[in-house]
Ligand binder design. Structure first.
Ligand code: ADP
Length: 424
């Protein structure tokens, strides 16, 4: 090794070393810094032994200096890694190819209650009594194929309670692609899963409640409507004009309630899980919707045109409902200034179809473009346009089921184009 100089701040080391040598002691693997001729500092390990003559007198010293720069660097890297691991709020464990734990950070200690010493060397899924979402060999296969895996695991803590974690595994492989280590990072999602489950159940109850309530309300409303009509018809002539007017309010109120309840029922139905999606010919769904709307179409003298439509993976009743709600709105919100026209189109995107229902009606102010898809959201009074504010909320619900998107593009006084996407 080239000549090494003692840096200024290490000058006091030499007298100490000399003092030890004088006493006949060795200095073993003393790690320090030395300056090279070019001025750079290197990490070295010094081993210095006294050299004695045959009478045991110290006559010199042998000095071996080893360059340990590389080792120091990797130690520093490991320390930094360990520091970073401990900073993480996720429990991080490193396993070898046999699933034995070789590293275990502070968050893992906190999450599971086992200290690092207790965890090291243990088979991770034995220590944590892991419950896997699929058999371990299948998970390993994915890990080897993709280099990573993630999923929900159930783990037993030292204190005896189970937690659910979102677990992410990353495989480290050697040059021959053999697995050396697995880095596993676990985030405790027990509380989130519990709240989600609670929310799901509450939602389900609410849906069931809304469904039963709207379903059961139909009958009494029908009676009110029927008997107020009978009363007006059979005894109307004998009634005081005020009584006849009140009867008319009763009848129109009941009719409005009937529509509201019918729409609410359709809304809750759109959210209920039923049979899986089927392959539906959108042309047929459109025809079904148009025949249901034939009265309104004829009355308003609407010109309806359409592109050839594709088949999509959606329940036919859902697609019919989408067309029916959007086309009936296109007719209802027509402009008084021109003959109403509605066009139904479809354009293929990568993995979905973009359907459009365009009209030349009154249009929608830009600030309400998102609002209108909410339940009971209306931009007009019932005197201006009849309605319940549920039609677009039903469309939104149906589209949500298929993970699609629904939105509107519109220019006030010129018309609107409603878009919705559905899987191919
Ligand atoms: P409803 O028609 O019963 O009021 P919707 O949920 O179907 O309820 O529509 C919500 C609101 O969006 C409507 O009140 C109307 O103001 C607006 N809207 C819907 N479709 C159109 C359209 N094609 N043109 C103009 N406005 C529309």
């Amino acid at each position: 090794m080239a000549a090494l100089l003692v840096p200024d701040d290490r000058q006091e080391e030499e007298p100490d070393i000399l003092a030890k040598l004088r006493k006949g002691e060795r200095v073993d693997h003393f790690e320090t810094l030395r300056r090279c001729k070019d001025g750079s500092l290197i990490d070295i390990s010094l081993t210095i032994s006294p050299v004695k003559d045959h009478q045991g007198r110290i006559i010199g010293a042998s000095k071996v200096a080893r360059d340990i720069t590389q080792r120091k660097k990797s130690e520093k890297r490991l320390l930094e890694q360990a520091y970073l691991l401990d900073l993480s709020s996720d429990a991080i464990l490193v396993r070898d190819a046999q699933d034995r734990i070789v590293d275990w950070n502070k968050a893992a200690e906190r999450m599971y209650g086992f200290t690092r010493e207790e965890a090291l060397g243990k088979i991770s899924h034995e220590l944590l009594r892991t419950e896997f979402p699929e058999p371990l060999p299948a998970i390993r296969e994915i890990l080897l194929r993709d280099g990573r895996w993630s999923g929900e695991l159930s783990h037993l803590r030292r204190a005896g309670s189970r937690i659910i974690t979102l677990s992410r595994w990353v495989a480290e492989r050697d040059q021959k692609s053999d697995l050396i280590r697995i880095l596993e990072s676990n985030n405790d999602i027990t509380e989130r899963v519990r709240v989600q489950e609670e929310l799901r159940r509450a939602n389900q109850d609410l849906e069931q409640f809304a469904f039963s309530a709207s379903h059961d309300l139909q009958e009494p409303i029908r009676s009110i409507k029927l008997y107020s009509e009978l009363l007006a018809c059979e005894f109307g002539d004998n009634l005081h004009p005020d009584a006849r007017r009140y009867l008319e309010y009763l009848r129109s109120g009941a009719t409005r309630m009937e529509t509201l309840v019918r729409d609410l029922l359709a809304y809750t139905r759109a959210g209920l899980s039923d049979e899986p999606a089927e392959i539906t010919d959108a042309n047929k769904a459109l025809q079904a919707a148009l025949s249901a709307l034939s009265g309104a179409t004829t009355e308003a003298r609407v010109r309806i045109t359409s592109d050839p439509l594709p088949t999509v993976q959606v329940r036919a009743t859902h697609l019919e409902q989408l067309f029916q709600n959007l086309i009936s709105n296109a007719i209802k919100y027509r402009s008084p200034d021109r003959a109403p026209e509605v066009h139904i189109g479809a354009k293929r995107q990568k993995l979905q179809w973009d359907f459009t229902v365009s009209d030349n009606g009154i249009g929608i102010e830009p600030e309400y473009k998102e609002n209108i898809f909410g339940l009971f959201k209306r931009l007009h009074t019932s005197e201006e346009y009849s309605g319940t504010g549920i039609g677009l909320a039903i469309c939104q619900r149906i589209i949500d089921r298929y993970h699609g998107r629904i939105w509107v593009e519109s220019e006030t006084s010129k018309g609107s184009t409603f878009h919705f996407t559905l899987p191919v």
